[in-house]
Ligand binder design. Structure first.
Ligand SMILES: NC(=O)C1=CN([C@@H]2O[C@H](COP(=O)(O)OP(=O)(O)OC[C@H]3O[C@@H](n4cnc5c(N)ncnc54)[C@H](OP(=O)(O)O)[C@@H]3O)[C@@H](O)[C@H]2O)C=CC1
Ligand SMILES: CC(C)(CO)C(=O)C(=O)O
Length: 324
């Protein structure tokens, strides 16, 4: 299977390394030519936390290039799947230009983003594409431009958001293609499965990220540090309460034990640096607008007040030096 991966960061390198190792034909599309050159020269290494038995892929085993060349290459030699592993910011800022030549193409696209809004954006950019969501609890951290650590083994759920449009013919074909992609992930060592509840999974992950990520970013603590004081847990709980009030008003389902689950995620990932804290520490734009910002947007549509989510959005946005 030919798989194009756009975004050679933590998740992109992890997917690429494991899929190539399992025999898939991967093209990796990087933001910078420098990273593509480094990957072609030095190859790609996927390590586990203890660095035992890393997967080492030579640069000759795959193709890496600048994402600006993606559309042209795809038009001449289409692949079977495109996996988008960019952050939400790049998906909204630079991806529209990269994908513009493919506007009318029908293609299979799978989005790995956290937060909310990416699937809608993709459907605007590629109206004829079959857009799938991948919701993952795997953890990855890019160490260098050619090395990634699989920091936590989790699940990957592949599913299609219910957008109210059903086309039985394309849905059948699309399902078969998604099944093959899921099988490729399984063969690559991921715990992957298809899900017909992807909306629920997206909102469940959104709730977790909306409570854990901004507070770890502001306090600059690992996920487990949130449980270190009653005061921190109290603020988490207040963010949670605002978010579930919005979910209730919007008719979005969540588990009865969703709060306990968030505490469990803090414990299970206690020494993780959340993705938002990692972005803040690296002076990168965060995904706050698509995490807490999407809760603020939902609240506005229902006329609900969410002062804490609004405030934490402003706080985290203000931590990035770049002006919009
Ligand atoms: N890491 C994780 O454990 C998890 C991440 N996710 C989600 O997956 C998504 C990706 O996260 P993650 O891999 O951690 O993020 P990273 O920041 O590690 O990777 C994003 C990659 O996208 C690249 N990129 C940016 N702009 C472009 C562009 N225009 N063209 C091509 N590539 C570009 C970046 O390049 P450069 O480095 O050169 O800027 C970087 O390599 C996020 O939405 C995140 O929330 C979900 C679950 C777990
Ligand atoms: C689950 C959690 C909080 C793990 O760190 C995460 O998804 C993130 O950091 O974005």
């Amino acid at each position: 299977m030919k798989i194009d991966i756009i975004g050679a960061g933590s998740i992109g390198l992890l997917l690429a390394g494991r899929l190539i190792h399992a025999g898939q034909d991967v093209r990796l599309w990087c933001r910078s030519k420098e990273q593509a050159d480094a990957l072609n020269k030095d190859g790609l290494t996927v390590s586990s936390r203890d660095r035992a038995a890393p997967i080492v892929i030579p640069g000759t085993a795959f193709f890496a290039s600048s994402a600006n060349a993606f559309a042209d290459t795809y038009l001449h030699e289409p692949g079977d799947w495109v996996a988008l592993t960019l952050k939400q910011e790049a998906l909204h800022q630079e991806l529209p230009k990269i994908l513009a030549p493919l506007y009318s193409r029908s293609m299979n696209v799978v989005c790995f983003q956290n937060g909310y809004g990416h699937l809608q954006k993709l459907r605007q950019l590629l109206p004829n594409a079959l857009v799938w969501a991948a919701v993952t609890t795997d953890g990855a951290k890019r160490e260098t431009s050619t090395e990634v650590i699989h920091t936590g083994r989790g699940e990957i759920y592949i599913g299609q958001e219910d957008d109210g449009h059903t086309n039985t013919e394309t849905d059948g074909l699309s399902y078969t293609a998604a099944r093959s992609f899921t099988d490729a992930l399984l063969a690559a060592g991921f715990s992957a499965s298809m899900s017909n509840k992807v909306n629920t999974l997206i909102y469940r992950k959104l709730l977790i990220n909306a409570v854990i990520n901004p507070l770890t970013a502001v306090w600059r603590i690992q996920n487990g540090g949130l449980l270190a004081s009653g005061q921190r847990v109290q603020l988490m709980k207040e963010l949670y309460a605002e978010a579930v009030a919005v979910y209730d008003a919007c008719g979005i389902a969540y588990e009865e034990d969703a709060w306990e689950h968030i505490l469990e995620v803090c414990r299970a990932t206690s020494d993780n640096i959340s993705s938002m804290l990692a972005d803040v520490l690296a002076s990168r734009e965060t995904e706050i607008r698509w995490i807490n910002g999407s809760i603020v947007e939902m609240a506005e549509r229902r006329g609900i007040q969410v002062p804490l989510h609004r405030w934490i959005c402003q706080l985290v946005e203000g931590m990035s030096a770049r002006e919009r």
